[in-house]
Design a protein around this ligand. Sequence first.
Ligand SMILES: [Zn+2]
Length: 89
Amino acid sequence: MKGECKYCKIPNRELNHNDYFEKISLWRDYVSQGIFKFVKGDTSLKNLENEISNEDKYVYYHYFECKCGKKIKIGFCIRSSVPIIEYIK
Ligand SMILES: [Zn+2]
């Protein structure tokens, strides 16, 4: 794929909760390094793991923007083992 960016690459296979937590932890580092911008989310980025473990909501979404210009949505569903990680327009 032309112009694929190593920072915001999404694995091309079935995703699981480990992928979700891996990406969150990686992308949190990217945010502190200025590679990603944290746009908005259902919880703060800092306490995300704690907050989603409260299970107050069914799905938690967080939005990021990579320095390459791509916007990404990442979602964690409490009752599903498959996270949502996708580019948005
Ligand atoms: Zn990127």
